[in-house]
Design a protein. Structure first.
Length: 144
């Protein structure tokens, strides 16, 4: 699995990218406008996100926005299995558990997801810290 990090300050335009099938972990430290949330959700879906995990500020709104974006992309009709985006939000869970979930349980029923992208919505980028936290979280024991 490859792991990448993208920092976006609220209002930033996401970079042009076609990542291919991947899971995204959105870590929202800032609340944002619905218009910008729509823009980022459209970018996620267009760039190949097939599993979306949301944590932090307004994470349920992020989840709903990605769901609506997928529906709109297919004109509220049938969504092909290989384009269906799984979505979860994790409002009351520690970030380390959400990152463990993303690395160990967030799988698509039809498509292998070899890439994980951490999308960090914050004023300041903390790439090294977020990547380290993700890697450490993968070693957590499953206590369920």
């Amino acid at each position: 699995m490859t792991l990448n990090y993208l920092h976006l300050s609220p209002g930033d335009t996401p970079p042009p990218a076609e990542i291919g099938p991947y899971r995204a972990v959105l870590i929202a430290e800032e609340d944002v406008s619905q218009d910008w949330r729509n823009e980022v959700a459209s970018w996620l879906v267009a760039s190949g996100c097939l599993y979306f995990v949301a944590w932090g500020a307004a994470c349920e709104a992020w989840h709903d926005t990605v769901d609506w974006t997928v529906l709109e992309t297919f004109d509220f009709g049938d969504i092909p299995d290989d384009r269906f985006v799984m979505t979860t939000w994790h409002e009351k869970e520690p970030l380390s558990e959400v990152l463990w979930f993303a690395g160990n349980a967030a799988s698509h029923p039809d498509i292998d997801l070899p890439h994980t992208l951490i999308v960090h919505i914050a004023q300041t980028a903390t790439r090294a810290a977020m990547l380290e936290l993700f890697c450490k979280s993968q070693a957590m024991a499953d206590e369920a």
